[in-house]
Ligand binder design. Sequence first.
Ligand SMILES: NC(=O)C1=CN([C@@H]2O[C@H](COP(=O)(O)OP(=O)(O)OC[C@H]3O[C@@H](n4cnc5c(N)ncnc54)[C@H](OP(=O)(O)O)[C@@H]3O)[C@@H](O)[C@H]2O)C=CC1
Ligand SMILES: CC(=O)N[C@@H](CCC(=O)OP(=O)(O)O)C(=O)O
Length: 348
Amino acid sequence: MVTAMTLKAAVAGGSGYAGGELLRLLAAHPEIEVATVTGASSAGELLGASQPHLAASPLGALEIASTTPELLAGHEVVFLALPHGQSAAIAEALPVDTVVVDLGADFRLEDAARWEHFYGGTHAGSWPYGLPELPGQRPLLEGARRIASPGCYPTSVALGTAPLLAAGLLEPDVVVVAASGTSGAGRAARTSLLGSEVMGAVSAYGVGGVHRHTAEMEQSLSGAAGVPVAVSFTPLLAPMPRGILATSNARLREGVTGADLRAALLDAYAAEPFVVVLPEGAQPTTAATLGSNAAHVQAVADPRTGRAVVTVAVDNLGKGAAGQALQNANLALGLPETAGLPLVGVAP
Ligand SMILES: NC(=O)C1=CN([C@@H]2O[C@H](COP(=O)(O)OP(=O)(O)OC[C@H]3O[C@@H](n4cnc5c(N)ncnc54)[C@H](OP(=O)(O)O)[C@@H]3O)[C@@H](O)[C@H]2O)C=CC1
Ligand SMILES: CC(=O)N[C@@H](CCC(=O)OP(=O)(O)O)C(=O)O
């Protein structure tokens, strides 16, 4: 039930994985109420049938509507959790004073040529990049009407390495190997159903610099470093439903120690509610972040090879997607940044 005191939200793509997690978070948000949920093939179904984890919430009784700009207009905030290429036309038709947070990639890249290279089609433009913890980024998101929420892998990589590059501790050439749970591929991919192929195996994909998140990582890391940063990225598919563990490896600048790396992370995240720099000796694990908007970060020096090893765990559907989108909406709407966002995960 929407009351005069609450802000009305619409979630487009509410039948998908990212939309489903966003609706779970919004169901407990103190100041936002979901008035409209849309989808495509699921239009006409009850949300509780499409997303069984929402069945006990009043949201479960909402009917999923077809996605049209007319239906999405008239809300204070619209979340777009749609496949790539679907957001731009919808966003253009929404009122300019509506807060629109896109969970997809349509508006993440500033460079049109790079967007077209990695995604194909025509670049729709760029919006403020919704990773508030990046140096200098939060003021661009406070009060914004359009926000491009980052991809899950780029979120995890930037949270670990951006402060180290900004502090001049690493050479601007980063090798990333990151493992994701199957929900990262979206519900439509049905990888979750291919148990015989996915379970019991870890496999690399998008190998050889072709994964589209490479451009997004280079954009945010170059912004933090103030010089172009090259990223070599290899994603791995891991036999788990959700979670990302990203490892980033880069050459240390002359004289830099492990203590310097940790000091830079602790300094960058001292006042950040969602980023936890783990105690020395502890390593991030995906399980500890599940269901939360937290990112767990660690950095270690390998003095024998003169390299830094930075590890980050996030929930790909939490800080990697829905949690981050809600954090961005809170900033845009002038609400407490942490409203409706769990700081702690579920265990075991
Ligand atoms: N999964 C993840 O970890 C992350 C996802 N994202 C981004 O979030 C967005 C959604 O991803 P995800 O939830 O994983 O994807 P899913 O495949 O799970 O869900 C896609 C959603 O979009 C709807 N949809 C599909 N085609 C259309 C269309 N032509 N018009 C309108 N709606 C359509 C689907 O509706 P229906 O089911 O009714 O057909 C469904 O609700 C993507 O842009 C993705 O890149 C970002 C970060 C992480
Ligand atoms: C396991 C898996 O397939 N993961 C997805 C990443 C999903 C995501 O964050 O990103 P976008 O919003 O940019 O699509 C992939 O590699 O394409």
